[in-house]
Design a binder for this molecule. Structure first.
Ligand SMILES: NC(=O)N[C@@H](CC(=O)O)C(=O)O
Ligand SMILES: [Zn+2]
Ligand SMILES: [Zn+2]
Length: 350
């Protein structure tokens, strides 16, 4: 069998990333901007990005953190709170500031303390979003402490998402970072207005990675990795060629001392080798010919945005992932730390 040695792809986008703020933003934004043309930037700062003015100011800080000459475009999102202001959201979308709005169930994940306690209070905002074609992005986990953490995505579908999608049948919904067979089945069965992002980690690790020879904080993110059968279902979906599944890294940096702690933060920092990571998965699945649709076409088509014009090149040359990368007076341990990946991002094609 001959091996593909070089791949040229339409420039991809990252439909779910955490760029943080301040010194951490300056450290991490260049990694995302190097590989991706655009990214949907998550609004879970402290305090969160709620108003149009918040998003305009954050976008300026992101642009200021990019390397000289970068043509990367951050796409901003609005953090939904109980009784979210429909008029403000609609204005932000109309002015080209907000691309989407994000639903975090209160306390579901990192910096979700201001999240939504009752989805019904969002209905005026969601109805406006449905009318104007503005996507709702969902962190799909219930927060009920009685529900086992490994079941929180499946129970969210039953208790929240099914009803939301049937009450708002035309609303564009992105089920973010899906991790389960139930998530895949829900998205596949729904209309074309429902899609999902898939992270590299949920294609590569199952929950055993959290406990491989000891507790592994760098494999911990939310939603937490599930059993192998779920990883396989997510892999099949992502590499199937279905337009409903697209790239969203959920790169979520936390300084090493916040990960390696008695109560370590959730989040995997995968931005530095994101495309290499996905390419390895698509190659293993014999689906390299579907990587471009997943990475560069399905997302913009779902969002109703133009495809990028540029191209990037991946070469089948080993990439050595460092054990740590300096950032903001500390360091970040990247996904795949210490591993050698089969692909290398060779840059934007001339
Ligand atoms: N994915 C994570 O584990 N963490 C994210 C939040 C999120 O996307 O849920 C973060 O902001 O750190
Ligand atoms: Zn999330
Ligand atoms: Zn996230």
């Amino acid at each position: 069998m001959t091996q593909t040695a070089r791949l040229t792809l339409r420039r991809p986008d990252d439909w779910h990333v955490h760029l943080r703020d301040g010194e951490m933003l300056k450290a991490v934004a260049p990694y995302t901007a190097r590989q991706f043309g655009r990214a949907i930037v998550m609004p879970n700062l402290v305090p969160p990005v709620i108003s149009v003015a918040d998003a305009v100011a954050y976008r300026e800080r992101i642009l200021a953190a990019l390397p000289e000459g970068s043509d990367f475009t951050p796409l901003m999102t609005c953090y939904l709170v109980d009784h979210a202001d429909a008029a403000e959201i609609e204005r932000g979308f109309g002015e080209g500031v907000f691309t989407a709005a994000k639903l975090y169930p209160a306390h579901a994940t990192t910096n979700a303390a201001h999240g939504v306690t009752d989805v019904r209070t969002l209905y005026p905002a969601l109805e406006a979003m449905q009318r104007i074609g503005m996507p709702l992005l969902v962190h799909g986990e219930v927060t009920d402490p009685d529900i086992d953490i490994f079941d929180r995505e499946a129970v969210f579908i039953e208790r929240v998402l099914s009803k939301l999608v049937s009450d708002l049948p035309e609303l564009k919904v992105v089920f973010e970072h899906i991790t389960t067979a139930e998530g895949v089945a829900f998205v596949e069965a729904a209309g074309p207005n429902v899609a999902a992002t898939v992270t590299p980690q949920h294609l590569i690790i199952n929950r055993n990675a959290l406990f491989a020879g000891g507790l592994r904080p760098h494999a911990y993110c939310l939603p937490v990795a599930k059993r192998e059968q779920h990883r396989l279902a997510v892999r099949r979906a992502a590499t199937s060629g279905s337009p409903k599944f697209f790239l969203g890294t959920d790169s979520a940096p936390h300084a090493v001392e916040r990960k390696e702690a008695a109560c370590g933060c959730a989040g995997i920092f995968n931005a530095p080798f994101a495309l290499e990571s996905y390419a390895g998965v698509f190659e293993e699945e014999g689906a390299l010919d579907r990587l471009e649709a997943f990475a560069s076409e399905n997302g913009p088509r779902f969002y109703g945005l133009p495809l990028n014009e540029g191209r990037v090149v991946l070469e089948r040359v080993p990439s050595e992932v460092p054990d740590a990368l300096a950032a903001a007076g500390s360091s970040l341990v990247p996904f795949h730390a210490g591993e050698t990946l089969p692909w290398r991002f060779a840059g934007v094609a001339a």
